[in-house]
Design a protein around this ligand. Structure first.
Ligand code: PEP
Length: 251
């Protein structure tokens, strides 16, 4: 049976003191949950401190980006092995902010996905359409292209060690959540797309929804048959909200 996962994406927020307060409250709030169902993806400089705080808790941790290269003269980049050194389990690849603001193509995202898996990390692969693409009826085509680039590079079986996050760009940070049915339709499409190539991988694949998930809408989203938890931006910075969202996922 597939796992359900709620992961926080802190983006470029936090400081040492705030992080500790937030994580202490999250750890206390989710203590009764199963290990593996809750994680935070934090800015690189805080990985060391976050590792110390979260080790021996049920909350996993990871990063928000990764270099496609293993090592070398790549000033400013961070490799998958470096993330492994800090006990990361997850790394987000292909977040729409990286695609749109930092020019990451689907091919680059696929290389990052491969680099993550080669170091034993689980990539959280983000896919999703812009408002313009949705309104022009191109949602499935966009999602299929983003997913297809990864499948072409890494193979369908690689999805056995990955999480997919469907994040419609128009819903991220806007307060405009996809309706449960809108999200379910795309999740079902993603699962069918994978099932055409490998039914077992598809049925075990965790597909998160991301885009303005809040404490008051998480449960109805997560109740949909193909929505296996969420990738949470803004609400992951508010301890009570993030704990409620984590609790809304039933494994
Ligand atoms: C995100 O950054 O992945 C995200 C879903 O953000 P928010 O929850 O704030 O929309």
């Amino acid at each position: 049976m597939r796992e359900k996962l709620v992961a926080g994406n802190w983006k470029m927020h936090g400081d040492l003191l705030q992080n500790r307060e937030l994580l202490d409250a999250v750890v206390a709030g989710v203590a009764a949950m199963r290990k593996g169902s809750c994680a935070v993806c934090v800015p690189y400089p805080y990985l060391s401190a976050v590792q110390v705080i979260l080790q021996d808790t049920i909350v996993d941790w990871g990063a928000q980006n990764i270099s496609q290269y293993d090592k070398g003269a790549y000033t400013g980049e961070v490799s998958a092995n470096m993330l492994s050194d800090f006990g990361c389990r997850y790394v987000i690849v292909g977040h729409s902010e990286r695609r749109a603001l930092f020019g990451e193509s689907s091919d680059t995202v696929a290389l990052k996905y491969v680099a993550a898996q080669n170091s034993g990390l689980t990539p959280i692969l983000c896919v999703g359409e812009s408002l313009e693409q949705r309104e022009s009826g191109a949602t499935e085509q966009v999602v299929a292209e983003q997913l297809g680039a990864v499948i072409m590079k890494a193979g369908i079986d690689s999805l056995a060690n990955a999480v997919v996050a469907y994040e419609p760009v128009w819903a991220i940070g806007t307060g405009k959540t996809a309706t449960p049915q809108q999200a379910q339709d795309v999740h079902e499409f993603i699962r069918r797309n994978v099932a055409d190539k490998n039914a077992e991988v598809a049925s075990n694949l965790t597909i998160q929804y991301g885009g303005s998930v809040k404490a008051n809408n998480a449960a109805e989203l997560f109740a949909m048959p193909d929505i296996d938890g969420g990738l949470i931006g803004g609400a992951s910075l508010i301890a009570n909200d993030f704990v409620s969202i984590c609790q809304a996922v039933q494994n």
